[in-house]
Structure formats: C-alpha cells, structure tokens
Design a binder for this molecule. Structure first.
Ligand code: GDD
Ligand code: MG
Length: 394
C-alpha cells in the first residue's frame, strides 16, 4: 500500500494531530524494497500489513442490521485480523442475534477462521463488568446499557483479554465489502507509520454517495461530520490562538488504536464516543493552561487521519437519527472542560438554527464512561475467560 506521508501536524500539548493522508495505491506489489520512494510517499509492504493485522482485532458493533450487510462486512475483514462482534440486536420476536451467530458460524467454517460473538446484554458480561467495578456501562438493573459506545468498550476489554496489540472498529451496515478491506489495510499501514506507541488512525471516507433526482451524487462531507469538525476546529483554534482546520474526522466511526491508548481513554455513551475520544485527549494531555494537565510527561499521542479511495455507502437511518447524533456530538464538545466560550456560542447557534435547541437551553451532557484501565481487569478476565468458549466460533 502506498500512502502520503504526513506533512502537517497540529500540536496541542502532547497530542499530535496529523492532517489528512491520502491513499495513493491500495496494493503496491510484492517488491519489499522500501527506500527508493518518491518524496512524500510511504510504502507499507504486504508483509508488514499482514504482520500488523495479525496483532489486530476488528471490533464490529451491530444492532438490528440487515443480515446481508453483516455478511458483507465480515467477508471484507482481512484473514489475519481476529473479529469480535458485539451485538445489541433483538432476540425477540425474531432472534436476530442467533441469525448473526449462524451467519458468522458458516463464514468461519468456510474461511477456516475463528471469531468471537457476544451479545452486549449477556448476563456473563454484565456480571464480569459489575465485579470489575465498571458500573459506567450498566443500567439500574446491572445490565449493560444500549449504545454503540457500550458495545465498543466491551470490544476493547475482549481485545485485552485475547492479548492483541491493536484494535479497529468497523460498522456492520456497510454495502461494500471492499471498503471494509480498505479500512483494515489503512489501519494496519497507519498504525505502522505512527511514530509514537499511543496512536490512533481515523478514517475519512473519500465520498458518501447520495441518490439525487439527476442520479448519484458523490457527496464529500456527511451532514453531522461537517458540523462536528467545524466545532472541534473552533475549539482547538481558540485554545491555541491559531485558527486551524486540521480535524476532518471528528465523527469517524471507522477508527483504530493501539490497545495502550484505547485502555487509557475516557469515553462517552452512544454516538458521542468519537468526538469524546479527541476531547478526552485534549483534556488530559493537551496542556490546557486552566486545567494544568499533561499526564504522560509529553510522550506523544498521535492521531493520523487517512482518506480512503472507496466511497462509503451504508444504511440511511433517517433525519431523526442524524439529529440525535448531532446533538450528542455537539453536546460532548459543549460540556468539555476545554471548550471555550466562542465554541459554545457556535454550538448553540448551530443547534438553534436547526431547530434542535430552544433559546436559553443547553444541549444535554452525554454520559461519560471512565477509561477501561481504571477498572479491575483481572476480575473481568477471570469471569469472561472461564466462559470464553460460549462466545468463540471456530
Ligand atoms: N453493539 C451495539 N450496540 N452496536 C450498535 C448499537 C448498540 O446499541 N447501536 C448501533 N450499533 C451499531 C450499528 O448496527 C452499526 O453497525 C454501527 O453501530 C453504527 O451505527 P449506525 O446507526 O449505523 O450509525 P451511523 O451510520 O449513523 O453513524 C456512524 O458513522 C458516524 C460517522 O459518520 C457511526 O459509526 C457513528 O458513531 C459515527 O459518528
Ligand atoms: Mg451506519
């Protein structure tokens, strides 16, 4: 794979935000020679990509998606990556979770692979989280709450239990298996290119096609992403005093991390999780004067943003869903300790303009979830480890 090397970096304390890197060539051949590249180009060999993928888990959060789309998604994950599916699908009147399990089972049989599939509300998982003291994920009855973030965090804990070094998230509602393959390759290449151990790769889709009266229109920005990015850039600009547009992946559902970073991040519930990851980094390592925090002694924490070649086509879930996502994304920015007044005003104006917030109101504060490393992992590992066979497909 050939990717642009990073040229421009925005720094906020220990957090290094690399500007977009485009994929030049999806497959760069079998020649392993890597030091005669054109300026500004990095070649990551097939062997390196596969080595990285062998250390990587792909976590697929799923809730009531068309089974055909789920099948698309799993067929695009490269062979070397271990798949962990965390489902919150209905079990009645139709047991959709069983359908997902059956689909995965057949896939694993024919592709000679193993995978993990677990329901988010499985009592074993809830009990293990309770014992570990991870109450942030649980409802009043002690069962894991609904939410994509909740599923993703279970995926992080399972990645640690299985001793993998990296994990990447890929949504299950994807129409094109080829894009899934591209995400996993970009994760491997990006995490390999990163200079620091604590690193993250966030994907920017090249286009998001829409159907218009005249035919297909290849839209560049998602409706929520465009606004979230603007608000995050406003926040960085006012904190640093220098205007920037470095953030292009504020809502990136498709992203990958070193486990060491995934464990250390505080998260937010539901769809606020992706912007919150960046905010948590700014809050804890951004060297923000009024917070006085730079907890890791300025070892870098690196965020790469990689732009794919394939357009992304997923399920259209309607305007109400989009509105909910926008309110929770902007709510996470608004309530962050690092958010300056100027950015707060921008958020209020945007939500009022869209009719999503009344004058004088504030967006709701998303529920925060403490970092996985703050809980008693041994207890979680003992309970889930003893029951791993129930979740394993071979
Ligand atoms: N385990 C689990 N639990 N998975 C869930 C849940 C849940 O409660 N809710 C949704 N999911 C799964 C979906 O089935 C899908 O695979 C994935 O999470 C993303 O959810 P979508 O509902 O498809 O979200 P979206 O497509 O509108 O938004 C995606 O892209 C955004 C960026 O444009 C998400 O990944 C967002 O988080 C992201 O910001
Ligand atoms: Mg989707």
């Amino acid at each position: 794979m050939r990717i642009e090397t990073f040229r421009y970096t925005e720094r906020l304390g220990a957090v290094l935000l690399r500007d977009i890197q485009k994929i030049i060539e999806l497959d760069s051949g079998i020649d392993i020679q890597e030091n005669d590249e054109a300026r500004g180009v990095c070649k990551v060999s097939e062997a390196t990509i596969h080595e990285m993928q062998r250390k990587m888990v792909i976590v697929i959060p799923i809730r009531n998606e068309k089974i055909r789309l789920f099948e698309n998604c799993i067929s695009g994950v490269p062979h070397e990556c271990l798949k962990i599916i965390v489902s919150n699908s209905d079990t009645e009147p139709i047991n959709r979770f069983e359908l997902e399990k059956e689909t995965l089972q057949q896939f694993c049989e024919f592709s000679k692979r193993r995978a993990i599939i677990v329901h988010q509300k499985n009592p074993i998982i809830s009990k293990a989280l309770q014992e570990a003291g991870y109450v942030d994920l649980l409802d009043e009855e002690g069962i894991v709450r609904d939410g994509k973030a909740e599923g993703m965090i279970i995926g992080i804990l399972l990645t640690k239990l299985l001793n993998k070094e990296y994990l990447g998230f890929i949504d299950a509602d994807n129409y094109f298996p080829g894009t899934v393959l591209e995400y996993a390759r970009a994760y491997a290449a990006g995490l390999y290119m990163a200079k620091y151990e604590q690193c993250m790769v966030r994907i920017l889709w090249r286009y998001k096609p829409k159907i218009h009266e005249q035919g297909l229109y290849f839209k560049r920005w998602g409706r929520v992403s465009e606004i979230t990015n603007r608000c995050l850039n406003s926040l960085i600009s006012y904190v640093s005093g220098f205007e920037t547009d470095v953030i292009k992946t504020g809502n990136a559902g498709e992203h990958a991390m070193a486990l060491s970073l995934a464990e250390a991040l505080p998260y937010a519930s539901g769809y606020a999780i992706e912007p919150q990851e960046l905010l948590s980094l700014f809050e804890e390592y951004g060297d923000i004067p009024h917070l006085g925090t730079h907890k890791n002694g300025f070892k870098g924490i690196e965020i790469l943003q990689i732009e794919t070649r394939n357009p992304h086509l997923h399920e259209n879930k309607g305007q109400e869903h989009i509105n909910k996502m926008l309110v929770s994304s902007l709510g996470s920015i608004y309530h962050s300790d690092v958010c300056p007044e100027e950015t707060k005003n921008l958020i209020l104006e945007e939500l009022q303009r869209q009719g999503l917030l009344k004058l004088g109101d504030e967006p709701p504060r998303p529920k925060l979830i403490s970092a996985p490393q703050t809980v008693d992992f041994e207890k979680f590992a003992n309970i889930v480890g003893d029951n791993l066979d129930k979740f394993l497909i071979r």
